[in-house]
Design a protein around this ligand. Structure first.
Ligand SMILES: [Zn+2]
Length: 98
């Protein structure tokens, strides 16, 4: 059983979904994962050890102290990196090459 979580993961995911309508970038699953992974690398992880039920309480408490502008900035720089270099549709090709 998993006993520790990176709150930042959930925050970036929900922030991504909020920003999605404003993104001039592909947001398919592959690109979404690429952007979120990029953003998470820019941000300090925020690990908590707790039961899953407590996570949302901790997340809300954390959010009131953490300016979401940091998260938005990280996501937008992820968009800039992924845009024009989308990897979607390459999986089939890769599998054939291997
Ligand atoms: Zn895509």
């Amino acid at each position: 059983m998993r006993k520790y979580y990176n709150l930042m993961e959930a925050l970036v995911e929900s922030c991504f979904d909020d920003l999605k309508p404003m993104m001039d970038c592909c947001t398919c699953d592959q690109c979404r994962n690429d952007i979120i992974a990029y953003a998470l690398n820019q941000l300090r992880p925020k690990y908590v050890s707790s039961d899953k039920g407590e996570i949302y309480t901790k997340m809300n408490a954390f959010l009131t102290n953490q300016p979401t502008t940091d998260i938005i900035t990280a996501i937008m720089s992820g968009v800039n990196v992924v845009r024009g270099h989308e990897r979607h549709g390459q999986n089939e090709k890769k599998e054939q090459e291997q």
